[in-house]
Design a protein around this ligand. Structure first.
Ligand code: ZN
Length: 161
């Protein structure tokens, strides 16, 4: 019986079985030392290297930073935006704000946690024929939101075939 797309149900089942047989998951870690205070690092080459090592040709790569005061973003890594993004971050949650997190924990980085929560710890990029499907001006960037230098553990997980 043909499904809505016109393909036979048998064909569809075979395709699903084929994906299950060949799909693999590869997990790698990258460590980046940051300077703090909205320091940005272009990690696109690290993501490309991880994809190449996996040997996968088609699938998704997830880039995930394992910390609450940093973010993974996709953007254009150029001097203008490297200057502008920290200003935008400070507009979202000014460092000088009166925050409960700082008062309760004798901490100084509530604004870092807040922006980290909003921006999120990960981005997912599809890849095809072994190449990331990023646009011409898109780079994968680690954004350090904390107030002092940190060592960041980033997981690059590739799911594909
Ligand atoms: Zn904190």
């Amino acid at each position: 019986m043909a499904g809505p797309c016109g393909c036979g149900a048998g064909q569809e089942r075979l395709e699903h079985e084929g994906i299950r047989e060949t799909m693999t998951v590869h997990t790698q870690h990258v460590t980046i030392d940051t300077h703090g205070d909205n320091d940005m690092h272009d990690i696109t080459d690290e993501v490309r290297d991880a994809l190449q090592k996996s040997g996968c040709q088609h699938g998704l790569v997830n880039v995930f930073v394992r910390h609450t005061t940093a973010a993974i973003i996709i953007g254009e890594y150029e001097p203008g935006l490297i200057h502008d993004i920290p200003i935008a971050v400070d507009n979202i949650a000014p460092a000088s704000g009166n925050y409960r997190h700082n008062a309760l924990n004798h901490d100084d980085n509530a604004h870092s946690h807040l922006v980290g929560s909003i921006m999120g710890p990960s981005e997912t990029v599809p890849f095809s024929n072994g190449k990331l499907m990023l646009g011409t001006w898109q780079q994968v960037i680690l954004l350090e939101l904390d107030t002092h230098p940190r060592r960041r553990d980033i997981v690059i997980q590739i799911t594909g075939e």
